[in-house]
Design a protein around this ligand. Structure first.
Ligand code: BT5
Length: 245
């Protein structure tokens, strides 16, 4: 099997951490190379976007990778789109179930979230945090997530190995970042595009139709008055009209 060249060139494995993103940020400050990875068996303070919590007990792949890509900082946000494409591919390959992307970078199977991605900046480096539910069963999720979360083992009806997901994911990620050609693949698998959505942020919410992606990853949503509005990842929460996806 092919292995990644730089993704995972150095790996710190931990039994428990607060957040792998925090560990990776600290390592980046100390000079971690491009591709350095922190993996933890469990996180006690896993983080999502917008100060949200990420539930990360044993049973999932919780990793953060330090990236020092040679590109303008303005393009950094696109790294999370590259990651979504890579995670989707790895999830589908490992579970055998169809995996899709919910804008900006959730990966979902049968409408439930199997993976989340958190991109942060640390000086000239990017810290890309990826969480994938791998072998949890339904009762391992807290009550409020049970209807909305899924693991690869649940989706595929078979045991999936966390190590195998890690290898497949690092390889897929490296390929997308090196080739920088993930936009079409993203659009092909994104269930948010060309569908009705409800967008909310700190100032309120509106309904509309997700028309397309701008080159910087912004979602262009036509509101009910026919006005096209650019929606930026990081600022908003987005739902399908009839539920999570
Ligand atoms: C995300 O945020 O989806 C980004 C999650 C990133 C997690 C990784 S794990 C490794 C690295 N270290 C960290 O500390 N974080 C990263 P967001 O789009 O804001 O979604 C958060 C929401 O997802 C929560 O409010 C819950 O509704 C839901 N959620 C939490 N834990 C979940 C889980 N294990 N599976 C599915 N959904 C979950």
């Amino acid at each position: 099997m092919r292995v990644a060249k730089w993704a995972g060139c150095q790996i710190r494995r931990m039994a428990e951490v607060g957040s792998t993103n925090r560990e990776a940020r600290e390592w980046a400050l100390e000079g971690a190379p491009h591709g350095a990875v922190v993996v933890a068996a469990r996180q006690t303070q896993g983080r999502g976007r917008l100060q949200r919590k990420w539930h990360a007990p044993e049973g999932g792949l919780w990793l953060s990778i330090v990236l020092r890509p040679k590109m303008e900082a303005a393009l950094f946000p696109l790294l999370s789109f590259a990651a979504a494409v890579a995670v989707r591919e790895a999830c589908e390959a490992m579970s055998g179930a169809k995996a899709r992307i919910k804008w900006p970078n959730d990966v979902v199977i049968t409408g439930r979230k199997v993976s989340g991605i958190l991109l942060e900046k640390e000086g000239s480096a990017a810290i890309l945090g990826i969480g994938v539910n791998v072998c949890q069963c339904e009762t391992h999720f807290p009550e409020e997530l049970r209807e909305r979360a899924i693991s690869l083992s649940m989706a595929g009806g078979r045991q999936v190995s966390i190590d195998a997901v890690e290898k497949a994911l690092l390889l897929a990620l490296e390929r997308r970042i090196d080739a920088w050609d993930f936009v079409e693949e993203y659009a092909e698998y994104c269930v948010t595009l060309r569908s009705p959505v409800c967008v909310s942020d700190a100032n309120g919410s509106f309904s509309g139709f997700a028309e397309r992606l701008d080159p910087d990853g912004a979602l262009v949503v036509q509101d009910e008055q026919g006005v096209c509005r650019r929606v930026l990842a990081g600022d908003v929460s987005i739902r399908g009209r009839d539920g999570y996806v």
